[in-house]
Design a protein around this ligand. Structure first.
Ligand SMILES: [Zn+2]
Length: 428
């Protein structure tokens, strides 16, 4: 054994064709006619996908363990077994009309890192593990990010086991049925650091023409249901001055939800505020009746809990003024709240350094969507690598990414992980 010269190491590259072929092979399991993938969590297809990936891991000399929520950990030993593994991974379950890359890329990029190290006879000080987290999508079983959530202690194993699909089948029964209910206690597994490669699922990188997104963290979220109550009345006989039109008041408030997201730029000029009204119910929803009641959803996001809270306060203050002005009641109900998660500087910097060393354009980005890395970040220093996806579209059968970007992201993953693995050696 010898210490690898820095030049040798910096010349190390993954096999992009092999990674692409693996992605396309896995995408055949549950392939849809429109070129997407439907491989819902804990179905027979999920089992087939898991079996394929686990088989590949064993061929690459990795040992495989499964925990009680069905998370799979595929391990390549390090020279020092006492060190916590440097972990990467993602999920292979998809939406009903999902794509080939969401989640699958993170798992197979991890496998490609291991295959590359095997090819070159390179050993690392810390072990390397590739995780396949159970039910990230939350499409068949709620909550989302179930496997990583149980692993991080965000909710209990019993809570996850009890979740049922529309047919009344439970997570526990389905895990049992597909043979992926392991005996390892979730969370018993140490993590030294965690990296996850993922398609961006948004349009920022493509718009900027940049290859690598250095993910700084995941946006915090507040979900409200809002109800505006007026008085329904005939559209003809009721003069404008005597109306209590709930929709006219509601639309003013909806405008404010979006305006307040525009108003929250950061010190560095970037703006991670997001304000969305995606669901509206008008009562009685009739052409010639003044709307008496409007219910709508509010989705607020920002990169710190303080800034998302400030947005919520702004919207509520606006509603209060509006209510006084119009005499209509406006009610808010908090439906869900997710904390913002900043990633660890050591990991985000490792990703940025790797991208720079490899000569890839890169920029700091935030993730507007949740990922398994959010829960991993509660346990260990964590970072994510984004690559562009076509037109920013994901959770859709047309989801696409280029082989060049897929390769670039995996190379960044390789070098960021090696940096965290400590001394790297190559066999003679
Ligand atoms: Zn995903």
């Amino acid at each position: 054994m010898m210490d690898m010269a820095t030049e040798t190491l910096s010349g190390l590259r993954i096999n992009g064709q092999r990674l692409w072929d693996s992605l396309m092979t896995l995408a055949r399991i549950g392939a849809t006619p429109k070129g997407g993938v439907a491989r819902l969590a804990l179905t027979d297809l999920d089992r087939e996908g898991r079996d394929l990936v686990v088989g590949w891991a064993r061929e690459a000399g990795m040992s495989v363990t499964v925990d009680r929520i069905g998370n799979i950990f595929m391990r390549r030993p390090g020279r020092n077994p006492a060190l916590a593994p440097v972990m990467t991974g993602s999920h292979i379950d998809t939406q009903p009309t999902g794509g080939k890359f969401d989640g699958n890329y993170g798992v197979l990029a991890g496998l490609e890192v291991v295959r590359t190290l095997n090819d070159r006879g390179i050993s690392t000080e810390a072990p390397i593990e590739v995780a396949v987290w159970t039910n990230e999508e939350g499409s068949r079983f709620v909550p989302v990010m179930m496997g990583s959530g149980v692993f991080a202690g965000a909710f209990s194993l019993e809570h996850a086991y009890a979740a049922t699909d529309t047919q009344g089948r439970t997570v526990r029964d389905e895990l049992q049925r597909i043979g992926y209910i392991g005996d390892e206690e979730p969370g018993a597994h140490p993590i030294g650091a965690y990296f996850e490669a993922h398609i961006e699922q948004g349009p920022v990188l493509e718009d900027a023409g940049v290859t690598i997104g250095v993910v700084q963290g995941v946006l915090g979220i507040r979900w409200f249901d809002c109800t505006v109550r007026g008085m329904e009345a005939h559209a003809g006989p009721t003069p404008m001055g005597l109306r209590r039109d709930a929709l006219q008041v509601a639309t003013k408030l909806m405008q404010e939800v979006v305006a307040c997201a525009h108003r929250h730029p950061q010190a560095d000029g970037s703006n991670h505020g997001r304000g969305t009204v995606g669901m509206v119910q008008v009562h009685p929803n009739s052409r010639n009746v003044i709307p008496g009641e409007v219910k709508f959803s509010i989705d607020l996001r920002n990169h710190t809990d303080a800034s998302v809270e400030q947005m919520a306060q702004d919207v509520k203050a606006f509603a209060q003024t509006l209510s006084k002005l119009t005499g209509l009641s406006i009610e808010f109900k908090l439906v869900s709240s997710f904390s913002a998660q900043q990633f660890h500087a050591e990991c985000t910097e490792a990703v940025a350094r790797a991208a720079a060393r490899l000569g890839h354009s890169h920029m700091p980005v935030v993730s507007g969507a949740g990922h398994d890395a959010v829960y991993a970040a509660r346990l260990a220093p964590t970072g994510m690598i984004f690559i562009p996806c076509k037109d920013g579209i994901s959770h859709n059968e047309v989801e696409d990414a280029t082989p060049e970007h897929v390769t670039a992201g995996c190379n960044v993953l390789l070098h960021a992980m090696l940096e965290r693995c400590g001394k790297v050696h190559r066999a003679h």
